[in-house]
Write a protein that binds this ligand. Structure first.
Ligand code: NDP
Length: 481
């Protein structure tokens, strides 16, 4: 008899959420000149968590001016060793407050506490530690004897890993001597505002980090601001293209981390149980709101039936529900808008002739939810095999030969990541060389490390984040990618 898990909710008492938040400009929180605020909600319950300021043009101007002042007067003049002290202090404060930040992330984003606590927060701290280590060693990074910073960095981030994407952007910018104006996504601003508090706690000089909240229009004003030297964006390919057009013809340095439609390729000699775990982690981690998600499963035909049966068995054991429950595997979809997009694309999958399957799983009445889903009978022409769904939805295709696997894996406008499952080392190396993807995992999936560069080819964007390569994006040098 299967046994039921008793509820194991993480307490939210560790988090103090203010009823409203201003903009973090020049080291303190200020009211928006527009006087406008918008609500941020818990997507698992639709409860309003707080009201957050909507930054208009005057606020964007003030934030960029504060970052410029801090750059000219303080940060660009400080030694790498002194910058490192601040970044190490931030990293330690993140570790000290990691439980609070994990709960806050889960409340605002809907992701399971198990993931925010065990994946997001440790990686956030690791990113700051790693880059703190670089701040006084930039002359050894391979960019010449005295690489210079760029100036003011405008950074716009999405809602799928709010604090982690902030860390990916802010840590290298500060380590390389730049100051920052960052706009978090409209649906997940709270951990960025908690980070502003951490900057104050760390005694970071005013204006080195500025956080302005708002919708897409605020992001547009920020990246188009004439006094910005660097633009870093993570989000949809559509907005990425608009930003590239806006930045064209200016001297702004640009990195774009956009969408993906990764192939997770399983050969007949793969350790199948391990591969099933990798497939599940590849697409159902973070509700599939992952740009490098393994959303296309390519199974070698001879093991397809066996692998699918195991996968379906495994999916029936996933628990969907309260993201604050420590036993939860699948949390809430981040917004009603994203839920509608997933529903629209999955409906198109059925309409185009693919076969849909989900385990029976009770869906909570309030909030935004989507069960783990897979599609078989998928062809490469189907929208669910071509477009980024950004939800817990897997499209399953088959192949017979390695050459066919390569052709199918690369048959996408994207090129962010890929996974290869096989026992043969030589095949891993051969396949990895054929993949038009920035990251290739072998016998694992969705592994991240601050020392390893992350970024894409084709419509997945350009530039690298993380590692030595990622430093180049924040230095006045040729982009290494
Ligand atoms: P967006 O690309 O619209 O949002 C990413 C960030 O850019 C947000 O902070 C957003 O603000 C901001 N933004 C929006 N418009 C502009 C603009 N014109 N100039 C500057 N910044 C802007 O993604 P969505 O949240 O709308 O998601 C849409 C789809 O994008 C998803 O369904 C998914 O397929 C894909 N996506 C991919 C991600 C990835 O990592 N590859 C991450 C997120 C989404 P605001 O949130 O306030 O609108």
């Amino acid at each position: 008899m299967p046994f039921d898990y008793a509820p194991a909710p993480e307490s939210r008492s560790i988090v103090d959420i203010e009823s409203n938040y201003g903009l973090f400009i020049g080291g303190s929180f200020t009211e928006p000149t527009s006087g406008e605020f918008f609500k941020t909600i818990n997507p698992a319950t639709e409860e309003v968590l707080s009201e957050v300021a909507e930054a208009g043009q005057a606020d964007v101007d003030a934030a960029v001016a504060a970052a410029r002042r801090a750059y000219d007067k303080t940060w660009s003049k400080m030694s790498g060793k002194d910058r490192a002290k601040y970044i190490f202090r931030i990293a330690r404060l993140i570790q000290e407050r990691s439980r609070e930040l994990a709960v806050l992330e889960t409340l605002d984003n809907g992701k399971p506490i198990r993931e925010s606590r065990d994946v997001d927060l440790p990686l956030v701290a690791a990113h700051f530690f790693y880059h703190a280590g670089w701040a006084d060693k930039l002359e050894f990074a391979g960019y010449g004897p005295d690489p210079k910073s760029l100036g003011v960095a405008a950074q716009v981030i999405p809602w799928n890993f709010p604090l982690l994407m902030l860390a990916w952007k802010v840590a290298p910018a500060l380590a390389c001597g730049n100051t920052v104006v960052l706009k978090p996504a409209e649906t997940t601003p709270l951990t960025a505002l908690a980070f502003a508090d951490i900057c104050q706690q760390a005694g970071l000089p005013p204006g080195v980090v500025n956080i302005i909240t708002g919708a897409g229009e605020t992001g547009r004003m920020l990246v188009e601001h004439p006094d910005v030297d660097k633009v870093a964006f993570t989000g949809s390919t559509e907005v990425g293209k608009a930003i590239q057009r806006a930045v064209a013809g200016t001297k702004k340095k640009l990195t774009l981390e956009l969408g993906g439609k990764a192939a997770n390729i399983v050969f007949d000699d793969a350790p199948i149980d391990q591969a099933i775990e990798g497939i599940v982690n590849g697409i159902y981690f973070n509700q599939g709101h992952v740009c490098c998600a393994g959303s296309r499963l390519l199974l070698q035909e001879s093991i397809a039936d066996e692998a699918l049966a195991s996968l379906k068995r495994r999916l029936t054991t996933l628990r969907l529900g309260d993201p604050l429950d420590k036993n939860t595997d699948i949390g809430a979809i981040n917004s009603s808008m994203q839920l509608s997009k997933i529903e629209e694309l999955t409906a198109s999958g059925e309409a185009e002739g693919a076969e849909r399957w989900s385990p029976t799983c009770p869906i909570p009445e309030k909030g935004f939810w989507f069960p783990p889903t897979l599609f078989t009978n998928v062809t490469q022409a189907h929208r669910i095999a071509r477009e980024e769904i950004f939800g817990p939805v897997l499209s399953v295709l088959t192949f017979r030969t390695p050459e066919e696997a390569v052709a199918k894996a690369n048959n996408t406008p994207f090129g962010l990541s890929a996974g290869i499952w096989t026992e043969k080392g030589s095949r891993i190396l051969w396949m990895a060389n054929q993949m038009r993807a920035g990251i290739v995992w072998a016998n694992t999936f969705n592994r991240f490390d601050p020392a390893s560069p992350f970024g894409g080819f084709k419509e997945s964007g350009f530039g690298r984040e993380g590692g030595v390569q990622g430093l180049g994006a924040y230095l006045n040098v040729e982009d290494p990618s």
